[in-house]
Design a protein around this ligand. Structure first.
Ligand code: UD1
Ligand code: MG
Length: 464
């Protein structure tokens, strides 16, 4: 195959988004639209796509991962002008340039592969990806001569009423022969309804000099759907989500209700896992096999092992092992690292802590900046007091410790293996292994005190 380079146009304002964020940075299923386009390009072997940036360009550059080159278009004078900004970069390049707008997030590598194959096999100078719409409003129309050869693309605003009735439209995704493209661009004029240098006019110039222009018609309109406003953004996200959920189902995951299951790009879920309604899994989340996730689970950039259940809980940048039970109503925060066979029960918050295998933190507890050893049981209402108003301190609890209910563990603190802490204790000093720690006032019983007290009270009331 001849050489191929990829150019993504993302300098425009995106006025209809009504936002300070550049349009191409809006996320669809957790990933900026322009990066989804870039990923599709990588799928056809374009390792470093070039992005043309302009409006809020630095924000776009900062918002993208590594793996892109950038060209600046400081004034947005049209799509043709945007491509021209990359002329210097491709001066010596011979081959195919794939040009894609930064706002087609559903584009797939398969779709690009088809376009490139058509372009290569037809040996054309330009191949346009087109679609046929019953209502083509807003798109450039593909104009053909009597022999069905493409003669030009006419923008809606410049089209005659007759041209407006053409249903075949330009998706904005093209393959160009690089040399021809950059030789033609300087000839563009901005004498049109929008006063812009249209990339689409390159087609007319190529066709008028006898060059071959091909189209590749895509029946699946979704793939080339452009996002210009926030409703289209929501529609695109819905569409991509359904595509990913379908794939998960085909791979052996049960998705009980796709309509209320929200997953991002870059989410992995193992076979035989059941995802219950109202569950959100964000980019970077990995769920193992045979898990029960949800209902009402939010798992954000976290890893969950096999056969674990996470019910009505929020997990954020954390690791949870296998065969664990989490929730309902648990809050697992960044830096929590939970082993296997662990129970994290209702109204438990865990932050930046290691919880070893077979430990249980079953009710109403806060564990922060701590480590809990294997098999330890943390009673209801236990609080690690990790913050003194100035700094955070650690609590270390050994293996097989038993922390009685409603204990207050004032960090820094080390509690050894096999320790028992009496319920209701306030522990401020380290506890050696095997010890019982009592940190509460001693109980005193005054026998027969209550009837005397009642009698005194009653006679006082009567005599009033
Ligand atoms: C463009 C096509 C139209 C096609 C439609 C498909 C032109 C003239 N028209 O119209 O035929 O049907 O896409 O969605 O190309 N951009 C720049 N610099 C600029 C202007 C635009 O980088 O000066 C970028 C935008 O950020 C955007 C892309 O180019 O990502 C397309 O621009 P847009 O203004 O959306 O073009 P359309 O009017 O949609
Ligand atoms: Mg557009």
């Amino acid at each position: 195959m001849s050489q191929i380079a990829g150019l993504i146009l993302a300098a425009g304002k995106g006025t209809r988004m009504k936002s300070d964020l550049p349009k191409a940075l809006f996320r669809v299923c957790g990933v900026p639209m322009v990066d989804l386009v870039g990923r599709a390009m990588r799928g056809v072997g374009i390792q470093r796509p070039t992005v043309v940036v302009g409006h809020k360009g630095q924000m776009l550059i900062d918002g993208l991962p590594n793996g892109y080159d950038f060209e600046w278009q400081t004034e947005q004078l049209g799509t043709g002008h945007a491509v021209l900004m990359a002329a210097e970069r491709y001066r010596a390049f011979e081959g195919t340039i794939l040009v894609v707008p930064g706002d087609v997030p559903l584009l797939s590598s398969d779709c690009l592969r088809q376009l490139i194959d058509h372009h290569t096999s037809s040996q054309s100078l330009c191949t346009v990806a087109t679609m046929k719409f019953a209502d083509p409003t807003g798109y450039g129309r593909i104009v053909r001569d009597l022999n069905e050869r493409v003669t030009e693309i006419v923008e809606e605003k410049d089209a005659t009423p007759e041209q407006r009735s053409i249903q075949e439209v330009n998706s904005g995704v093209y393959c160009f022969d690089s040399k021809t493209l950059f030789a033609t661009l300087p000839q563009l004029s901005s004498q049109n309804a929008q006063g812009e240098y249209y990339l689409t006019d390159v087609v007319k110039l190529i066709a008028s000099t006898g060059g071959v222009v091909e189209t590749c018609v895509f029946a699946d309109h979704d793939l080339l759907r452009g996002v210009n406003d926030r409703w289209q953004l929501a529609e695109a996200a819905h569409s991509l989500r359904m595509r990913m959920l379908r794939q998960l189902c085909l791979d052996g995951v049960t998705v009980v209700d796709p309509a209320t299951t929200f997953i991002d790009v870059d989410v992995e879920v193992g076979a035989e896992t059941v995802i219950h309604p109202m569950t959100t899994l964000t980019s970077g989340t990995r769920i193992g096999e045979g898990c029960e996730i949800g209902p009402n689970a939010l798992i954000d950039k976290s890893a969950v092992g096999n056969f674990t259940s996470v019910n009505m809980s929020r997990v954020n940048e954390a690791i949870i092992g296998s065969n664990c039970k989490v929730g309902p109503f648990a809050h697992i925060r960044p830096g929590a690292n939970i082993g296997d066979h662990v129970k994290i029960g209702n109204f438990v918050e865990i932050k930046k802590s290691d919880i070893a295998d077979r430990a249980a933190v079953s009710h109403l507890t806060y564990i922060g900046d701590s480590s809990i050893g294997e098999g330890s049981n943390i009673g209801a209402g236990t609080i690690t007091c990790n913050y003194d108003g100035f700094a955070k301190h650690r609590t270390e609890i050994g293996a097989n410790a038993f922390i009685g209910s409603n204990s207050t563990l004032v960090a820094p603190l080390v509690i050894g293996n096999n320790v028992m802490v009496a319920a209701g204790s306030v522990i401020t000093k380290d506890v050696p292994a095997e010890a019982l720690a009592l940190g509460r006032s001693k109980q005193e019983n005054k026998e027969g005190w209550v009837p005397h007290w009642r009698k005194r009270k009653t006679s006082a009331t009567v005599s009033q």
